[in-house]
Design a protein around this ligand. Structure first.
Ligand code: ADP
Length: 866
């Protein structure tokens, strides 16, 4: 008989039919105890997962390439593929192979993509996992992002590619649905997946179906791009879950301008969630703040930090809650202990909703829900004595929300054993006394096993074989094993089945009969437990929205308690926020750096900015003096105040800011292949375009990436523009002393410097910010500290002396610049002068510093000889 081609067997036809719908994903096709992959999927998986590539029909040239993983180990393999940016389709056998006539039925139960993962071991508990969709019309963008594990779903509209990039830097989606090449180029380093855009006329229906509200109710009526993006994200996520419903509760539509706008650079430079070098949470601001006890608390705190508020009443509500818990240490401790026992309600509800929950998940849900009444009671009793708990904490005390959940917990408590197993398929999780069928069959199954033990004892007695054993295997079920030495004592009613090295194996009618009963009882038991599990999941599913909401309120308590804990241990104070123009910080500290220096050695500093009088601080001082630390600390204190946190200072008054911009010299963007100077200027341009009178601007060493003359000129002009045209409160660090002259040229510019002291030829960093500009740069001193050889250092001092001599002779660039700032210089015929001619021939842009010094020394010589 001619064999059909391997790819045309019924099984392969079934495979190909399913695969057709998922051309861009790797299909995990369940075959017995394995997930098999075929064709290109097999080749790719074998390569990425280090599996052996075989063929379904060994020895044939047209054999189908195949690679497989055991089903119980699939989780790790799937995780590896999705973390590498692939999509995995899970196809299961959906009928019992024993009962199937012909080919076993198979169906896709779930698609796992980089952005849509439900596996606890892959998800970072304290970070949302988002898939985002972007729609574009000209310069306007709709952005929507969805965390399928919790149902968190947000949408907004944004103008401009830079602003979109800033928002993407905050959201940090793992996977983006967007075909626009400009967006992809502007925000690289993320998986862009193929997708089917939702037709314009289908958008409304798609959203309505999932969120049971129309576009107007959702806040999308006049935001067509946000609606388009939301529908696309939703359709994509929905298609990954053919078996379950996304745990969606609501769509949060927001305006970027409702919170403090942070650009990409600010998120990175202020090290909000990750350090600039290494990208670690440890060492970031979030690293200091995050002592939340729950995963949703951790995620919410991250959200608070990335979206500081601008609404004063809202900010004060948060401060009230934090203050309440700062003042009540024992309440705070007790709440934090309770919270430690509350699992991730949002993700648990999500997994149940998506049919991905295990008995262990339901057990965790029950245990967590059982903790809530105590947590609520603590807040309630604390507020009885005071005037009432602050809103944010009191919100958790909501009977309408919690009573049905308490009932659910009771039901789960009755149904499930104390510590349910991680797999439903093994059974053993329904508590005795919950269901008569379970109890009866469990009794029969265990009773049968007891009966078998009794048979073993009886047969030993009867035959006089002390080593006789009743054992079990899958092939003959229960059997009796007798060792070689005792074979002569075997009674006639034993039926011999198998000879093994050590003896013989027998079956008896009695054993066979018992076994049938045990198997039947076990089958019934298992089937009943599955049914009950499905019913329990269904019950939980009916409460998805309430669980997510309760989870959110508990998370808020957790965040407030964490901020209170940080405030308490770190000695933070409640800042005063208002809508004035003043930022006045007394004895401010850098929340991260103060933890890295030995205790008591961090030097606190004041900072006063006032749009009306002290708008711009020019910060000078040698390298390593502490300029960046000072400036970042001001920005971070403002930010902390506006997320509702206390701040590391003796006192702080913050006239709220609408945007924070930073431009910090060190952050090269070599990854994008642009020169440092280009990036620096682009960022500076974005600041000048985006800053308002209410903004806070932090500039560190603008103009460093070019020649000195260009650099000073640009830095000068930028500062003037911030002063004259924008009016934003600004901190500007520079090593160009020339810029100190700006304080004379413009009324709202002040000079401060980070003080150093010279002591016996050494320089000592005092870390104190004082009024007035630094009078010299101490660059050579720092160079010496850094270990430059002694002869080089003394030669540098000598050259410096010569240069300074030249400058005082030539009237100095400072005065020229000063004059230029007052009024444009009148055009004048330059007098012919050899010095001038020689000067005019120089191209500072093309010179190395050493060449510049040599040329300058020549000029000095020329000037002196004249
Ligand atoms: P600059 O920007 O002037 O080059 P940095 O702000 O980077 O200097 O500070 C250099 C180092 O000095 C920091 O890493 C920190 O260890 C220390 N430092 C800065 N400010 C303080 C301070 N106020 N108190 C104690 N140490 C500080």
């Amino acid at each position: 008989m001619a064999r059909s081609k391997p790819s045309e067997t019924p099984l392969m036809r079934q495979y190909l039919q399913i695969k057709e719908a998922y051309p861009d994903a790797i299909l995990f096709f369940r075959l017995g105890d394995f997930y098999e992959m075929f064709f290109e999927d097999a080749v790719l998986a074998a390569n990425k997962l280090d599996l052996t590539l075989t063929s379904r029909d060994k020895g044939r040239d047209d054999g189908v390439p195949m690679a497989g993983v055991p089903h119980h180990a699939a989780r790790g393999y799937i995780a590896k593929l999705t973390e590498l940016g692939h999509k995995v389709v899970l196809c299961e056998q959906t009928e019992d192979p024993k009962k199937a006539k012909g080919l076993v039925k198979r169906e896709v139960v779930r698609v796992i993509t980089p952005g849509i993962v439900l596996d606890d071991e892959v998800l970072d508990p304290k970070v949302g996992r988002y898939v985002a969709a972007i729609a574009r019309a000209g310069d306007r963008f709709g952005l929507a992002y969805l965390d399928a594990s919790t149902g968190e779903f947000c949408a907004t509209e944004i103008v401009g590619l830079d602003a979109l990039a800033g928002e993407l830097a905050r959201v940090d989606p793992r996977e983006i649905l967007c075909e626009d090449p400009e967006v992809r180029a502007r925000h690289p380093g993320c998986v862009y997946s193929p997708f089917t855009p939702v037709d314009d006329d289908a958008v409304a229906a798609e959203l309505e179906r999932a969120l049971s509200d129309d576009l107007r109710g959702l806040g999308l009526a006049d935001r067509p791009l946000a609606a388009q993006a939301a529908a696309t994200a939703l359709a994509y996520a929905r298609d990954t879950q053919p078996a379950g419903a996304l745990p969606l509760a609501r769509l949060h539509v927001y305006e970027p301008a409702d919170t403090v706008v942070l650009d990409e650079a600010a998120v990175a430079n202020l090290e909000l969630c990750a350090t600039l070098i290494g990208g670690k949470k440890d060492g970031s601001l979030l690293g200091v703040l995050d002592c939340t006890r729950t995963a949703p608390g951790g995620r919410l705190l991250r959200r608070w930090l990335l979206y500081p508020l601008t609404d004063i009443a809202h900010i004060r509500r948060r401060h009230d809650a934090v203050e309440f818990l700062v003042e009540r240490a024992s309440l705070r401790d007790a709440l934090r202990r309770d919270l430690g026992h509350v699992a991730d309600l949002e993700r648990l509800a999500g997994r149940v909703s998506l049919h991905a929950a295990t008995p262990r998940d339901l057990g965790l849900l029950r245990d967590s829900l059982e903790r809530l009444p105590q947590l609520v009671a603590r807040i309630r009793s604390a507020s009885d004595r005071a005037l009432g708990a602050p809103d944010l904490l009191a919100a958790v005390d909501d009977d309408a929300l919690l009573a049905p959940l308490a009932e659910l917990a009771t039901e789960l408590g009755r149904a499930l054993v104390d510590r349910p197993p991680a797999r439903a398929s093994d059974g053993g999780f329904i508590r005795d006394g919950y269901c008569a069928v379970v109890d009866e069959n469990r009794r029969l199954a265990t009773g049968g096993k007891d009966a078998i033990l009794a048979i073993e004892a009886r047969e030993r007695e009867r035959t006089g074989i002390p080593s006789l054993k009743v054992k079990y295997n899958k092939v003959f079920g229960y059997y009796i094993e007798v060792t070689r030495a005792h074979l002569d004592k075997v009674p006639g009613d034993y039926v011999r089945k198998q000879t093994v090295a050590t003896g013989e194996r027998y079956v008896t009618e009695e054993l066979a009969g018992l076994e049938a009963k045990i198997v039947a009882a076990q089958d019934t038991l298992l089937a009943r437990e599955q049914e009950l599990f499905a019913a329990l999941c269904e019950r939980v599913r009916a409460h998805t929205a309430a669980l997510v909401e309760a989870g959110r309120r508990v998370a808020t308590v957790d965040v407030c308690a964490a901020l209170a804990e940080v405030a308490h241990t770190g000695g933070y104070v409640r800042p005063e926020v208002d809508d004035g123009d003043v930022i006045d910080i007394v004895d401010g500290r850098h929340p991260v750096v103060e933890r890295t220096v030995p205790a008591g050695q961090f030097v606190p500093n004041d900072c006063r900015l006032d749009t009306a009088t002290d708008q711009i601080l020019v910060v000078t001082g040698p390298n390593m003096a502490g300029k960046s630390t000072f400036m970042r600390q001001v920005a971070q204190i403002v930010l902390l105040a506006q997320i509702g946190s206390f701040v590391p200072a003796r006192s702080a008054r913050i006239g709220i800011v609408d945007r924070i911009f930073t431009r910090v010299g060190a952050a090269d963007n070599l990854a994008r292949g642009e020169s440092t100077f280009m990036v620096e200027m682009r960022e500076t341009a974005a600041i000048l375009a985006g800053a308002t009178r209410r903004s806070l601007v932090v500039l560190d060493e603008v103009g460093r990436g070019t020649s000195t003359f260009d650099g000073v000129s640009i830095a000068w002009a930028v500062t003037e523009y911030l002063h004259d045209a924008i009016g934003a409160r600004t901190l500007f660090a520079t090593h160009y002393h020339e810029l100190c002259a700006l304080a004379q040229a413009r009324p709202r510019v002040r000079n401060v410097s980070v003080a150093v002291r010279e002591h016996a030829g050494e320089i000592v960093f005092l870390r104190r910010v004082v009024e007035g500009g630094a009078n010299r740069s101490y660059g050579i001193d720092v160079a010496r500290l850094a270990g430059l050889p002694r002869p080089v250092v003394s030669r540098a001092r000598q050259i410096l002396g010569e240069l300074e001599g030249a400058r005082s002779l030539g009237a100095g660039a400072q005065l020229d610049l000063f004059a230029a700032a007052q009024a444009p210089p009148p055009p004048a015929e330059p007098p012919v002068d050899p010095l001038r001619e020689r000067l005019a021939a120089l191209d500072p842009n093309a010179m190395t510093p050493v060449e510049a010094l040599v040329a300058l020394a020549e000029l000095v010589a020329l000037a002196r000889s004249a």
